[in-house]
Design a protein around this ligand. Structure first.
Ligand code: PMP
Length: 305
């Protein structure tokens, strides 16, 4: 990805894409203490706009707070940086990646006295789990890896280090021929996907794990809460077992990258009809109406670049 034209916002400056480099002795590269976001801009009916920018930036700052990192920029500056990388790279739509990391001033485990850096990059990115998966649903495997316990890594931080667990789970699942992994918490209850929150539907009611299962407080997850309310559907946060997913009528993943992706199979067992379910389809449609600016009720969630 390093060799391309374009600009990356780095510590307050627009830098040529190829020159946006850091030193090999960067603290975060060694110990994994860093935080990031994944944000999407859509080509809406009113032009290019970033979806729930404020909420993503708030979560970035909260993640940094949890890891005791103080950003040398304000939220307004970080919001402006994200808008600017979309503009500078002439993207009509795309994915934005802000990252906060610890610098290369010293390399002991303690980051005290080191510098904190911020960057934002943006590029075009289509359906994360494939166009086909969006229509037909994806095949998921329960991971042999446990999701982080809430007192091991901090699960409400979108922390760089949390993703080694996601990578292991995703590689195991995809090496075995599945599209994505579903992770259980340390007590054996359903937590989330490697990079997605999970929902199941049974008898018309939507269920999702509560955050004590170690799942990230997803912004798309929150968007689904609003959509469910608008559609008159009940939504319940609770402990969910693996076999509750097997016998659910429908299931789907959510995330900024994954958007709303139906799950058609878990551990080679068909979920419901083994395809995208009717309620999932309704939620998916409502979601794409909102992010593409076709639902004026949520116009305030779209920040024009
Ligand atoms: N869980 C994990 C582990 C994730 O990486 C993501 C993607 N950020 C999510 C859930 C979904 O969060 P969001 O909807 O805010 O993108």
């Amino acid at each position: 990805m390093a060799d391309r034209d374009g600009k990356i916002w780095m510590d307050g400056q627009m830098v040529d894409w190829r020159d946006a480099k850091i030193h090999v002795l960067t603290h975060t590269l060694h110990y994994g203490c860093g935080v990031f976001e994944g944000v999407r801009a859509y080509n809406t009916v009113n032009g290019t706009a970033i979806f729930r920018l404020e909420e993503h930036t708030d979560r970035l700052f909260n993640s940094a707070k949890i890891l005791r990192m103080k950003l040398p920029f304000s939220k307004e500056e970080v919001n402006e940086a994200q808008k600017a990388v979309i503009r500078e790279n002439k993207l009509e739509s795309g994915y934005i990646r802000p990252l906060v990391w610890i610098g290369d001033k010293k390399l002991g485990v303690s980051p005290k006295g080191n510098t904190i850096h911020v960057m934002a990059a943006a590029w075009a990115w289509g359906a994360y789990l494939g166009e086909e998966g969006m229509k037909r649903g994806i095949r998921v495997k329960t991971s042999s890896y446990t999701r982080h316990h809430v007192n091991i890594t901090m699960t409400q931080a979108k922390a760089v280090s949390n993703y080694s667990n996601s990578i292991l789970a995703n590689m195991e699942a995809t090496d075995d021929g599945y599209d994505e992994a579903l992770l259980l918490d340390s007590a054996g209850f359903v937590s989330e996907g490697a990079g997605e929150n999970v929902f199941v539907i049974k008898n018309g009611v939507i269920y999702t794990p509560d955050l004590s299962a170690g799942a990230l407080n997803g912004i798309t997850r929150n968007t689904i809460f609003h959509i469910a309310k608008d559609l008159g559907l009940e939504i319940v946060q609770k402990r969910i077992t693996r076999d509750e997913v097997y016998i659910a009528d429908e299931a789907f993943f959510t995330g900024t990258a994954a958007e709303v992706t139906p799950i058609r199979e878990l551990d080679r067992l068909e979920v419901g009809c083994g395809s995208r379910g009717p309620i999932t389809e309704k939620i998916q449609t409502a979601f794409f109406d909102i992010v593409n600016g076709r639902n004026p009720q949520y116009a305030h969630w779209l920040t024009k670049v």
